[in-house]
Design a protein around this ligand. Structure first.
Ligand SMILES: CC(C)(COP(=O)(O)OP(=O)(O)OC[C@H]1O[C@@H](n2cnc3c(N)ncnc32)[C@H](O)[C@@H]1OP(=O)(O)O)[C@@H](O)C(=O)NCCC(=O)NCCS
Length: 398
């Protein structure tokens, strides 16, 4: 069946409507919201067709992702959906291969996604590369939290740029966090079911903000409720305390506050009592789309120098296979092609293992224990120094 498939952009309204019906069915979402989502992201929608019939599609989020303090080009994949009548025949796999070929041609460094099955995406070279951690703080237990800082309402249309600058500063030091595009920011400020979204900023000196929080309340007209935080970032301990004070001031009717962050979460570090539940809400996968772009556009520890030969296999994007020499120094890297025969010091690995190593999800030593990287200990140690960092995370969902 996959021989007769073609892949490409939306051609007309009929294409868009056909895909919207598949999205609505796949994700149990109202057709109207699927239509408006696809219209908003139209340029980045791709469909798979058999003859003229749209069998399914996906949406690309062209954005950045921070690794080593730099933003690299990342296309997030969302809304992968195939018509129930066409499932189980390799259509999704074929569509993902075509999507990767297009991204590679466009020089994209990596692609990320939140899978509903590891199998499909593993087949085309994605690997688990990090988690999305959820914090759930019981508020009655929090007691009163005092803070001398002021907290003020934020208006996204007026303060959005300042908030985005603030977010970027925080996120650039968190491996795996998105360098958000406008669609991801929309997800922060706009609730999919049209619920009221509340935003507050912690006032710093000189009119700047030192932190912000954006949240909705639980089910309409029901209390007690949960403060469902859509985004919260703070620059320092005082700002974290101010946000926690806001939560604690809601504690007569709010039972919990939930938010997403990394394992070294700034709010969590200021919670004064035990009892915060921490869970892995979702797991994300990463695909190295273009090895050279991925290795050279990210940042590295500034005090580390290394020279590592990588001998790679990639069964989906052939241009990534073969030998690369990675030379790291001064916080950046060069990557060049090596000859055909890999040297004795080379690390031999598949593109999937490189994805887990690259994000910092698994160390080279751990991958070697798992049999996914082969090479001498000295080269494994070098790789671990180069890709070292806090555990990767991604608070945003897309
Ligand atoms: C998931 C979905 C996109 C798969 O589409 P499909 O065309 O049937 O998938 P394919 O036939 O190309 O399968 C590719 C591989 O994934 C595996 N796979 C497909 N659906 C799977 C499932 N539900 N669970 C586990 N593995 C699955 C297949 O076994 C196949 O593996 P193989 O290479 O070992 O044979 C489709 O079932 C769908 O639209 N589901 C609802 C929406 C959804 O979950 N989308 C994914 C969002 S991340």
């Amino acid at each position: 069946m996959t021989d007769c498939l073609s892949f490409g952009a939306i051609r007309n309204e009929a294409d868009l409507e056909a895909l919207a019906r598949n999205e609505a069915l796949a994700f149990n979402t109202p057709l109207d919201s699927c239509l408006s989502w696809l219209r908003d992201t139209r340029e980045q929608v791709r469909v798979v067709r058999a003859g003229g019939e749209v069998l399914g599609g996906l949406v690309r989020y062209d954005m950045g992702q921070f690794f080593g303090g730099r933003s690299i080009r990342n296309i997030g994949i969302a809304g992968v959906a195939i018509s129930p009548t066409a499932r189980g025949r390799g259509v999704a796999k074929s569509m993902m291969r075509a999507a990767l070929a297009e991204m590679h041609d466009q020089g994209v460094a990596v692609s990320t996604l939140y899978p509903t099955t590891f199998t499909l995406y593993g087949r085309v070279g994605y690997a688990v590369a990090g988690h999305r951690y959820q914090y759930r703080l019981p508020l009655p237990k929090l007691g009163r939290i005092e803070s001398a800082r002021e907290i003020l309402p934020l208006d996204p249309s007026r303060d959005g740029d300042a908030v985005a600058r603030f977010y970027r500063n925080v996120a650039s030091n968190r491996p795996g966090w998105l360098n958000r595009n406008s669609h991801i920011w929309d997800r922060v400020y706009r609730h999919p079911a049209g619920r009221d979204v509340h935003a507050y900023g912690v006032a710093g000196g000189g009119g700047d903000i030192e932190g912000y929080v954006v949240y909705t309340l639980g089910e309409v007209a029901r209390y007690p409720y949960t403060l469902n935080v859509r985004d919260v970032q703070v620059a320092n301990r005082e700002a974290a305390r101010r946000v926690l004070a806001l939560f604690s001031d809601c504690r007569t009717l709010a039972r919990h506050a939930t938010w997403y962050g990394g394992l070294d979460d700034s709010l969590l570090l200021e919670v004064p009592e035990v009892g915060t539940e921490i869970s892995v809400a979702e797991t994300w996968m990463l695909r190295i789309v273009d090895v050279r772009a991925a290795l050279t556009s990210r940042g590295y520890p500034s005090d580390t120098t290394a020279r590592i030969e990588l001998d790679l296999t990639d069964d989906v994007v052939p241009a990534n296979a073969g030998g690369f020499l990675l030379e790291v120094g001064g916080g950046e890297a060069r990557a060049s092609r090596t000859g055909d025969a890999a040297g004795a010091d080379a690390l031999r690995l598949d593109i999937r293992a490189l994805a887990s190593l690259y994000s910092g999800h698994l160390s080279a030593r751990r991958l070697a224990e798992l049999g996914q990287v082969k090479g001498p200990t000295a080269s494994l140690n070098q790789a671990d120094r180069v890709f070292a960092g806090p555990p990767p995370s991604m608070p945003d969902y897309f």
